[in-house]
Design a protein around this ligand. Structure first.
Ligand SMILES: *[C@@H]1O[C@H](CO)[C@@H](O)[C@H](O)[C@H]1NC(C)=O
Ligand SMILES: *[C@@H]1O[C@H](CO)[C@@H](O)[C@H](O)[C@H]1NC(C)=O
Length: 408
């Protein structure tokens, strides 16, 4: 009987397609890339020479790619600290089976996200991913196979794609621009100063914008990294050495023809969070729409980069692995107030809180999103995970997040 059982277990293990990964080397007291004052030799814990990591995004309209209300991912580029860069650093690791590698590591959620948000203009996503990995990914020093303990072949590949997607999710360019009234239009034009100010106010630092035929089509966000790309901290920084190809005035931000990202879920089933599934059916008719106006009872869903990532709980904190709190919205003045089971909600010392001693703030709504002081952008130190709750603030921080009302 015991033999039979172990055979069954062995057969089951063999059937699992998942590779067992090693782990990135532990880094103690890592230095911030591009900010060192003496040479740093351990390039597994210090990104060099590519120490300025750029999360680059596309806005493709001809043809359109991705959702009509979200930017898409271009890549993650290790620029030198002066904006020059190396490319195609290790032809022996220029893999031509990115999809298969990600599947072999069980990264199906990552792949489905990439299929929606990391898309090739000619429809050949696999080739685009191979290009980004081979040209840029192989130049990231901390992703070298020698930087892993118990390295299993190609495990740096899922690390590269996962980190790029995780960063992209914190950089919601569409909402940053829309909050400043910069929305896609076939006729309107914007100045470079308007666009960069809107992005800087969301990101905290200047960014680099690119244009093609007079239309905005790329945004580059720069980071220095403390530690490895896999496990280190990405610290926003002003760009060094990159230049913009946009003219200063008359910039178009053309509409995409795709469908908007939909975050609506059937309200009857939405009592517990589900962060890994995104409902793409029943697209809302508004490009930035929530599923209702702020009145009666509802949930405040957190939206980063066009996808739902948890919601607010009763104290007004952001959580991704529990039950969403029910909020009551009541018309007041030119807007509405919000209340949870803890009490009234308000902005106090730049923080969103709900409690018995909180003075209710009159909020407004914009495109289905909660708005305060004319902006739908709120901030947190990080995207919460596990049992961590994040405080929500109106002053700039690492992560920008918007809140969509979902009627109960
Ligand atoms: C920072 O470290 C890199 C890698 O060791 C080195 O090439 C560079 O010269 C250092 N920068 C300074 C200012 O010492
Ligand atoms: C991907 O390609 C590499 C290099 O050809 C190969 O060694 C590896 O086994 C492939 N991985 C998968 C999961 O197919």
């Amino acid at each position: 009987m015991a033999i039979f059982t172990s055979q069954v277990v062995a057969a089951f293990l063999l059937a699992l397609p998942l590779a067992h990964a090693g782990s990135p080397k532990t880094c103690s007291n890592p230095q911030l890339s591009c900010q060192n004052t003496t040479a740093v030799s351990d390039t597994c814990c210090f990104n060099a020479p590519g120490g300025q990591l750029l999360q680059t995004q596309f806005w493709d309209t001809s043809p359109s790619t991705g959702p009509s209300n979200s930017w898409t991912i271009h890549g993650l580029w290790p620029d030198h600290c002066d904006g020059t860069y190396d490319s195609s650093c290790d032809p022996s690791r220029a893999y031509t089976n990115i999809t298969a590698i990600l599947q072999s590591y069980g990264k199906t959620d990552l792949l489905s996200y990439m299929n929606e948000f990391w898309v090739d203009i000619n429809g050949d996503d696999e080739s685009f991913w191979e290009h980004e990995w081979g040209k840029h990914g192989t130049c990231i020093s901390t992703l070298a196979p020698s930087c892993y303990t118990g390295y299993t072949p190609q495990e740096e590949v899922p690390d590269f794609f996962q980190k790029t997607v995780d960063l992209f999710k914190t950089l919601d360019s569409y909402t940053a621009l829309a909050s400043a009234g910069i929305v896609p239009s076939s006729s309107a034009t914007y100045t470079a100063a308007q666009i960069t100010a809107a992005l800087e106010s969301a990101f905290g630092y200047p960014v680099t914008i690119q244009c093609s035929s007079g239309a905005l089509d790329e945004i580059w966000y720069s980071f220095d990294v403390q530690g490895s790309v896999q496990t280190g901290t990405f610290v926003p920084t002003p760009p060094v050495g990159q230049t913009s190809s946009c003219s200063s005035t008359g910039i178009k931000y053309l509409p995409k023809s795709g469908s908007p990202v939909s975050t609506s879920v059937p309200s009857s089933t939405h009592t517990t969070l589900s962060t890994s599934t995104k409902t793409t059916s029943s697209a809302s008719s508004s490009p930035t729409g929530g599923s209702g106006t702020f009145s009666g009872s509802g949930y405040l869903n957190a939206i980063t980069s066009g996808s739902q990532t948890g919601c607010l709980i009763s104290a007004g904190t952001w959580y991704t692995s529990g039950t969403c709190a029910t909020y009551t919205a009541t018309a007041s003045g030119s807007g509405f107030t919000l209340k949870s089971s803890k009490g009234s909600c308000g902005i106090s010392s730049s923080k969103f809180t709900c409690g018995s001693s909180v003075t209710a703030t009159v909020f407004t709504a914009s495109g289905g999103y909660l708005s305060y002081g004319g902006s739908t952008m709120f901030y947190a130190a990080a995207v919460p995970s596990g049992s961590t709750q994040e405080a929500i603030s109106t002053t700039s921080n690492s992560v920008s997040v918007s809140f969509e009302w979902q009627s109960k």
